[in-house]
Design a protein around this ligand. Structure first.
Ligand code: C2O
Ligand code: CU
Ligand code: CU
Length: 458
């Protein structure tokens, strides 16, 4: 079997069983960060970074409330640290260099161990040498299963991301200074699970949980589904407790870097019919990023047969007592040069939070942007003072968007808020996880050129 066929086949099987070569049950194996090669296009691209030599980083499967042991070994000459995006776990397992652990050098192993309190779709990526390692492939999906599933026939994980390659499929530089100072530097090869529009087989008329994750370093994906009876059941890991209108070609869903959306999909009844995950790129017609193809005779399932997802145990903020903190995201004052620790610097500082640019990963003596008291409720006002969009991400805590000056916000539970041009959004949270929590834009070029800080919970 060719690798490509193997991946196509096993991707669906891994989804159905929760395991397989494409997926790993946590607890068994060391995760080895290593060089990889893969045919992202016709030619094989070398110099990639993954957890296997010839495949994308596997989907990591865990269960809500059950301990996960994830020993990570670094075999690269560069430093690294692994972060588990969206998981509300203890601070010392959060994988942020200098803030929560020392960067891992070549040959070093760090034993990550935690118990995910929430079910849902999460992901993992390095937080040291972030730009280089993520741009070269090291972004994987984590699925934390509910103790009792809502009744799907199968699952499909789709990891969306771009790569920046030249005509010979050799990596181009991961960023440009021009991009970093604006919307970021976009890739030119769009992939789903590192493949060009893969097709995955699922039972005709069956119910599929489609987990879509944007792990790109830059791109805000504009998505919709074609050919499906479907519903959005979770956003950024957490169940949605109300109806989100299904996106369409005119009004696609904006999914920023770091964000996830779970669809409940009814497969078409006719064998060979497809459900297409569509994306819109500037100056191009809509195109399918991945397809679900109906196989066999129809299972005749109906979305109404699904049990609602159980709500994750996130504390609800008390708005009557909440204290307000302000954060402005914008340019940085002139003359700020980042330091260069072990975790890579882009060499510039273009961005800041509250006029203070993050001085680099090895930030010494830089205080928190805010100190929150354990157990109290807070409102954070997030102000975008730039024309560029910023997916603002907070580690270790989940929050509720309250209101925006530009649009109605659904009462989601999330860890990443996409700020539109000139948007001011208020979010609310309960500071119930102690530690220093990274707070940054998830456009990695913004993160690495100043748009980073941390919030302390004591
Ligand atoms: Cu997805 Cu600070 O990370
Ligand atoms: Cu994170
Ligand atoms: Cu940004």
């Amino acid at each position: 079997m060719k690798r490509r066929e193997f991946l196509l086949g096993s991707g669906a099987a891994a989804g159905a069983l929760g395991l397989g070569k494409f997926g790993l049950a946590a607890g068994s194996q060391e995760l080895v960060i290593q060089p990889a090669s893969f045919a992202l296009r016709e030619q094989v691209t070398t110099g990639m970074v993954s957890l296997t030599p010839d495949a994308p980083p596997p989907v990591l499967y865990g269960k809500q409330g059950e301990v996960m042991r994830l020993p990570v070994r670094n075999t690269l000459p560069d430093y690294t640290a692994m972060h588990w995006h969206g998981l509300r776990i203890p601070n010392d397992m959060d994988g942020v260099p200098y803030l929560t652990q020392m960067p891992m050098s070549e040959g070093e192993v760090f034993d990550y161990e935690f118990t995910p309190p929430d079910a849902g779709t999460y992901w993992y990526h390095p937080h040291c040498m972030t730009m280089e390692q993520m741009a070269h492939g090291l972004t994987g999906v984590m699925v934390i299963a509910e103790p009792e599933g809502p009744g799907f026939d199968s699952e499909q994980v789709v990891n969306l991301r771009d790569f920046r390659l030249d005509e010979d499929s050799v990596f181009l530089p991961s960023y440009t200074a021009r991009g970093a100072a604006r919307a970021g530097t976009f890739g030119n090869v769009q992939t789903a699970n590192w493949l060009d529009a893969p097709t995955y087989d699922h039972t005709a008329g069956g119910l599929v949980r489609l987990r879509v994750v944007n792990t790109d370093t830059t791109r805000i994906y504009k998505l919709h589904l074609d050919g499906a009876e479907a519903r959005i059941i979770a956003w950024d890991g957490h169940p949605v407790e109300f109806d989100i209108p299904m996106p369409n070609a005119e009004e696609p869903l904006l999914v920023g870097p770091g964000q996830r959306v779970d669809f409940a999909v009814t497969m078409p009844a006719g064998e060979g019919q497809t459900v297409d995950l569509m994306a819109k790129f500037p100056g191009q017609p809509h195109r399918a990023m991945a397809q679900l193809r109906a196989t066999g005779s129809s299972a005749g399932r109906d979305l109404r047969e699904l049990h609602p997802l159980s709500v994750n145990p996130v504390a609800r903020p008390d708005l009557t007592s909440a204290e307000l903190h302000e954060f402005a995201f914008g340019w940085t004052p002139e003359g700020n040069e980042p330091n260069n620790g072990f975790c890579g610097s882009l060499g510039y500082n273009f961005w800041s939070i509250n006029r203070t640019p993050w001085p680099g990963d090895a930030a010494q003596g830089v205080g928190p942007l805010a100190t929150l008291e354990m157990g109290k409720s807070y409102v954070l006002r997030l102000r975008n003072k730039s024309p560029n969009l910023h997916p603002i991400h907070l580690h270790g805590l989940a929050f509720v968007p309250l209101k925006s000056n530009l649009r109605a916000l659904p009462p989601l539970m999330t860890d990443t808020m996409l700020l539109l041009k000139d948007e001011v959004v208020e979010i609310a949270l309960v500071a119930d996880n102690p530690g220093d929590w990274a707070f940054h834009c998830h456009v990695i070029e913004h993160q690495k050129t100043g748009l980073t800080g941390f919030i302390r919970v004591v």
